[in-house]
Design a binder for this molecule. Structure first.
Ligand SMILES: Cc1cc2nc3c(=O)[nH]c(=O)nc-3n(C[C@H](O)[C@H](O)[C@H](O)COP(=O)(O)O)c2cc1C
Length: 283
């Protein structure tokens, strides 16, 4: 399980929202907590906080292309200064006992492949593994992964490389394992389909799981809304859950009408009743 990135500089200023993001549910282990920042000292301090909250792995982000993050000197812009990435990794390794990993990209733009160099620098500074999103930062999340560049990263180091980018089925995962990756990270393919991990693992050993029924998916979505309501409070929890409703409630007769009702729902009780009615109507 990998958690959403948390700002090291916000943690430095005791930002309550960021401190809350470090909280880990007892069922979430093993969990990799990701931090981002532009200064090695901040990263080291944030790593200590994440470790104190129970993070099993601490991952440093050097791949995010979001403007706000880049303006703070964090995310993919760090790729312009690989030595700085090395200093960040070294500072974090020194600060905590849990493994430090780095998540980065194959390149900033398609012209210059930086992944192998950065992976090597991360390794030399004590990183336990490197996650490579096999797309250029300039491509955000679009287009196929560059498997040749991913393979070059694998060849550059002795530590595990975890491949990422566009994996939504067993064939795509296999292509990354064939590059020598020791793990595969799945992003958007898991939204609305947390069983993707189980399904791909089964397919890689020649088995097939029965797909979830619509009712099972709705039941799971309801548990997500309930969890969000527990964490963020009823109204906010319900609203946050709406962000992914389109991934969960789709592809069966009447799904668009149910989706519309869910998007208008203003409380946990209302959402629960819409979903329970749908589940009981044997869709
Ligand atoms: C909405 C959204 C939020 C993301 N947040 C993070 C993040 O906090 N940290 C991170 O390393 N990557 C983040 N990513 C990037 C994903 O981890 C992943 O690298 C990217 O989506 C490519 O993998 P995929 O093609 O399997 O989705 C995010 C992507 C999306 C779409």
């Amino acid at each position: 399980m990998c958690a959403e990135m948390v700002s090291a500089s916000a943690l430095k200023f005791n930002n309550e929202k960021s401190l809350n993001m470090l909280k880990i549910d007892k069922d979430e282990h093993p969990l990799s907590m990701q931090i981002f920042g532009g200064e090695a000292d901040d990263i080291a301090a944030a790593a200590k906080l994440a470790q104190a909250q129970g993070a099993d792995i601490i991952d440093i982000n050097a791949g995010c292309p979001v403007k706000k993050v880049n303006k703070a000197g964090a995310g993919c812009v760090l790729m312009k200064d690989p030595d700085k990435i090395g200093r960040m990794v070294a500072a974090a390794v020194k600060a905590v006992k849990v493994p430090i990993t780095l998540k980065t990209r194959i390149s900033l733009n398609r012209s210059e492949i930086l992944g192998p160099l950065i992976a090597k620098i991360a390794q030399d500074n004590g990183a336990a593994a490197v996650v490579i999103h096999a797309r250029a930062a300039a491509d955000f999340h679009n287009g196929p992964p560059n498997l040749a560049a991913l393979e070059a990263c694998v060849k550059a180091v002795n530590i595990p490389i975890i491949g990422n980018g566009g994996v939504a089925d067993a064939a795509a995962a296999k292509a990354m394992f064939n590059c020598g990756c020791q793990g595969v990270m799945i992003g958007r393919g898991a939204v609305g389909n947390p069983f993707i991990f189980r399904d791909i693992t089964a397919q890689l050993s020649g088995q097939t799981n029965a797909p979830l029924t619509a009712a099972q998916k709705l039941q799971l979505y309801l548990s997500l809304v309930i969890k969000n309501a527990q964490i963020y409070g009823g109204r906010t929890g319900v609203n946050r859950s709406k962000k992914t409703v389109g991934y969960w409630v789709k592809g069966f007769a009447g799904s668009s009408a149910i989706r519309e009702k869910l998007v208008r729902s203003e409380s946990l009780e209302e959402t629960r009743s819409i979903l329970t009615d749908a589940i009981n109507s044997k869709i």
